[in-house]
Design a protein. Structure first.
Length: 277
């Protein structure tokens, strides 16, 4: 009988994260439900028989505390699913001094992954371990400038430019992680789950307009959007090299021409300096 897998899912208090938590728990995994809203996170964890942990990715100290608690509680971490994130309608800096979208979507999961990576590597002794990050086709218009990561010298344009840049950063991070964990039993993947109808982005006028025009049917359901995440976080072999970006179930989805290995290495080094890991 195989040992129960431990799966950590951030952004799991609603939407595709909550659906993924339920599906993986149904498949027998021990699920750690991470969210920033205490009530919703606790409710989801209770419904799936999992453990709730609270962290706000607008605060890197919350991420450090989350990592410390995960390491204290769990001897094994078989899957880390970096699903938390978002888009900010206004240009704002966090208490850490970083633009909110790039921190939530890249710097916070970068920090969490690196803090948990030794435990994830150790867990590979029991079977394949994975890091999976939610990306987006928005990476294709991402203008990731390492000299303007906080988006202080460019038009804000409703936050979509920063969002695209953050998702390009996600893909580059996963590629670099795959390179740095080669031969360890750890694999890494990024995935675009599809255009999902959830509360995501509803603070933006464009998203509210799309919802109003279509009657809330501008994309796929959270159940459908969770399917690629469930697949990548499950036990079955992936059948694609570590570092692959999936557009839903299709390996090798379209990526910005700016997604070079050189930029990925520079981004990693900068992110390590900014987060202190």
């Amino acid at each position: 009988m195989s040992l129960q897998r431990t799966v950590v899912i951030t952004g799991a208090s609603s939407g595709i994260g909550a659906v993924t938590a339920r599906r993986l728990a149904d498949d027998g995994a021990r699920v750690v439900v991470v969210g920033r809203n205490q009530e919703r996170t606790t409710d989801v964890a209770r419904s799936v028989g999992g453990d709730p942990l609270i962290a706000d990715f607008d605060r890197l100290d919350d991420v450090r505390s989350l990592a410390a608690e995960l390491l204290r509680r769990y001897e094994r971490i078989d899957v880390l699913l970096n699903n938390a994130g978002g888009i900010s309608a206004r240009h704002e800096l966090t208490v850490d001094g970083f633009e909110r979208t790039i921190q939530a979507n890249h710097l916070a999961p970068f920090l969490l992954t690196n803090l948990l990576l030794p435990r994830i590597r150790q867990s590979a002794a029991y079977g394949p371990t994975r890091v999976v990050s939610t990306a987006s086709t928005a990476n294709r218009y991402g203008r990731l400038r390492l000299d303007d990561l906080n988006w202080e010298h460019r038009p804000w344009l409703g936050g979509w430019g920063a969002y695209g840049a953050s998702k390009l950063a996600t893909i580059l991070f996963i590629r670099q992680l795959a390179e740095r964990t080669a031969g360890t039993g750890v694999s890494a993947y990024s995935v675009h789950p599809g255009l999902v109808v959830t509360s995501f982005g509803m603070q933006l006028r464009t998203m509210r307009l799309a919802s109003a025009i279509t009657g809330g049917h501008y994309g796929i359901s959270a159940e459908a959007g969770a399917e690629p995440l469930v697949r990548l976080a499950g036990e079955a072999p992936i059948g694609a090299p570590s570092g692959t970006y999936f557009d839903r179930f299709t390996a090798g989805g379209h990526v910005s021409a700016r997604a070079t290995d050189a930029l990925g290495r520079e981004l990693w080094d900068l992110s390590a300096r900014l987060t202190g890991c």
